[in-house]
Design a binder for this molecule. Structure first.
Ligand SMILES: Nc1ncnc2c1ncn2[C@@H]1O[C@H](COP(=O)(O)OP(=O)(O)OP(=O)(O)O)[C@@H](O)[C@H]1O
Length: 291
């Protein structure tokens, strides 16, 4: 059965009372969410709040200890074999550390996004059609990195590697993109390029994007829905405008001195004015200023 949202729309992704335990530790605790097609969702929370574990369960990199996950009415958490591979094709994942094959060239890395679309025999032969190659080049052009196509992926900067990972995700022709801290290893300028690319894919193709973010202001700037997690539970779920100071405190709690966590601490900000302030305070290399 597919649940109707309060606005009458049908939820595309339903997470029904999902929990995940690791030994005695409950990483995700009875999470229930419904996400409509086309949303750009940011998941925020302190380190250890359960954000990665939640994304990994959606993609089935790990299994829930309890509860179930549905996508377009089918129970993702029960998929096995070919059905599971199809789901992992429909649900592309982007990681903080890019997860490219560094010794392979960029074009081949992007073509790897097609693997779950093809027969095992074709994959063993390692042959890609001209059409697939043209699609891969188009994906690289879209991300403005086509000139790197024949370079080894490992020689690219972090920002370029993440763009290759996004191009590879596009090659999967996914219905959903999950991004696990996609900008946590990037400088502010590259972080902006990567977030702009994800937003562009969300807006132009209508692909749902769910992304874990360490930085509150990035979630506010790019997402139309923010989910706040603390201690494995969802403690906030709403539009960026309703993420009040009180809600932020609920998500991030208090620091060791009992003081409220300021928004600056949860921010690497990709806004120029903040960069200038950080630079003049001596906490940022001048090279980042002006982006
Ligand atoms: N494979 C695992 N084995 C044991 N404990 C785990 C495992 N994966 C996660 N945990 C624990 O589950 C909790 C939630 O971890 P998770 O990585 O989901 O948090 P997070 O919010 O994504 O944090 P971060 O932002 O640091 O990645 C943490 O206490 C973590 O130590």
């Amino acid at each position: 059965m597919r649940l109707k949202q309060p606005n009458g729309k049908v939820a595309m992704l339903e997470i029904r009372n999902v929990s995940r335990r690791f030994g005695k530790k409950t990483a995700v605790d009875s999470v229930a969410l419904e996400i409509e097609q086309g949303q750009m969702v940011g998941i925020i929370g302190r380190s250890g709040a359960g954000k990665s574990t939640l994304l990994r369960m959606i993609n089935r990199l790990i299994d829930p200890s309890q509860g179930s996950i549905f996508f377009e009415g089918a129970e993702v958490s029960a998929h096995r074999g070919a059905t599971l591979r199809r789901w992992q094709r429909d649900c592309a994942m982007i990681f903080q550390q890019f997860n490219l094959v560094p010794r392979l060239d960029v074009l081949t890395n992007v073509l790897l996004g097609r693997l779950n679309h093809r027969s095992t025999a074709l994959n063993l032969l390692g042959m890609f059609s001209n059409e697939e190659r043209a699609q891969a080049i188009a994906a690289l052009e879209r991300l403005d990195i086509a000139p790197t196509a024949l370079q080894r992926a490992g020689t690219l900067s972090g920002g370029q590697q993440q763009r290759v990972a996004i191009a590879r995700a596009l090659m999967q022709q996914p219905k959903l993109i999950l991004a696990d801290e996609p900008i946590a290893s990037l400088d502010p300028m590259n972080a902006k390029v990567v977030m702009d690319s994800l937003r562009d894919i969300n807006l132009r193709e209508g692909i749902t994007v769910i992304t874990n973010l360490h930085t509150l202001d990035t979630a506010r700037s790019y997402c139309n829905r923010i989910i706040g997690m603390a201690g494995g539970k969802v403690v906030f779920d709403g539009a960026p405008e309703s993420l009040t100071r009180e809600a932020v405190r609920l998500v991030y709690g208090a620091d060791a001195n009992g003081e409220e966590i300021s928004e600056a601490i949860t921010s690497t900000s990709i806004r120029p004015e903040r960069l200038r302030k950080l630079e003049s305070a001596g906490s940022l290399e001048p090279a980042y200023a002006g982006h």
